[in-house]
Design a binder for this molecule. Sequence first.
Ligand code: NAD
Length: 400
Amino acid sequence: MAKKKTTNVALIGSGFMGRTHSNAYLKVGKFFNTPTNPTMHTIVGLEPTLGAFAEQWGWQNHTNDAGAVFNNEDIDLVDLVTPNHLHATHAIAALEAGKHVACEKPLAGTLDDARAMAKAAKKAKKSKTFCWFVYRRVPAVALAHQLVKEGKLGRIFHVRAAYLQDWGGPDTPLLWRFKGKQAGSGAHGDLNAHIVDMARFITGDEITEVTGAIKETFIKKREIIESAGGSAITGKGAKKSKKKRYGTSTVDDALLFLARFKKGAIASFEASRLATGDKNANRIEIHGEKGAIKYNFERANELEWYDNTLPGREQGWSTINVTRGDDGHPYVGNWWPAAHIIGYEHTFVNMAADMLNVIANKKPVVPVSDFQDAYETQRVLEAAVLAADNRCPVKMSEVK
Ligand SMILES: NC(=O)c1ccc[n+]([C@@H]2O[C@H](COP(=O)([O-])OP(=O)(O)OC[C@H]3O[C@@H](n4cnc5c(N)ncnc54)[C@H](O)[C@@H]3O)[C@@H](O)[C@H]2O)c1
């Protein structure tokens, strides 16, 4: 067998996403016949346990100096899985060094950073850029995109999206996710970023106006922790100070907004970290003239589908188990036989496969969000913040 060209990867960050991305690079070559295989060259992180992390996941080198990877000629792709305020500096340095760059969502904590990243990407003509909006790569969500593209839903009237989690109660300490300077925003940039991307991706349409928004920080003070230990998301098990000290949360816990799409659909978006009982309920519902879909990530393999073109006596919601690779369901043909379901980590492997395709100038299974595209999502997020802060509608043309 001819030896494939390899893509040397440096991953910056070794927390929650450090693990999902490491797993993706480890698995992708086993399940996908990509034109180039990743080599897990260098992991960058600040944890004292980084050496053990590198060994566990198969990274050849480890360092706590991000600068070392930008200057290393052997690295082809720099992948950023750090807190949001670091994305722009690292992405721009990597692009200026001629690397391909992948970055976790949201593209950045602020619109200014996101704009600078999109600009740097445009300038670096030979570099490919990617934003890890992984829910595009859930087979059921990719199928929804394909159904809309094939005209199966017809004219779209409604988009209803909500991303609900409940880990942000008063016991959750003051992680970076609650610090505006590091995170940019709270539930909004964390969760609305995903559903705005999904809505744009599935409908193939763009938001033209945010017509109203509301945001709230329910838990204003949170306990200060000595280290970022414990669960990366909830901080559960983190080392807390003997004498309790509290700091101010400077982000939203929830943000809701209404919007209009260019082709006429009206939409609602809701993100919360205090939606008691909902752990990772990433939901989207779209109603069109000819059909409708409903999706909830907590039932990841299922897409609900209503065919409004059937005779009335045959109409009703059906549940498609999106696991039939032989019948054309996206991605799943690379995994297991029908109804041998897949999960969260597979979306990252699917994304790694499509990034490697794009790097080798091949088509991804469904479109990948690059920095310019992720900047468009960031503009919508900004419009929603402006609408909430100023209690007024905001036209997208006003947000540059
Ligand atoms: N796609 C998704 O579903 C998803 C889910 C969770 C998080 N995210 C995004 O991933 C990114 C990281 O989130 P996380 O949950 O992995 O956070 P985390 O807190 O678990 O990990 C952050 C990592 O960044 C490292 N780091 C911090 N400063 C650094 C520096 N100066 N140089 C090198 N490394 C540094 C830390 O050592 C740590 O390993 C964020 O942008 C977040 O929004 C995406």
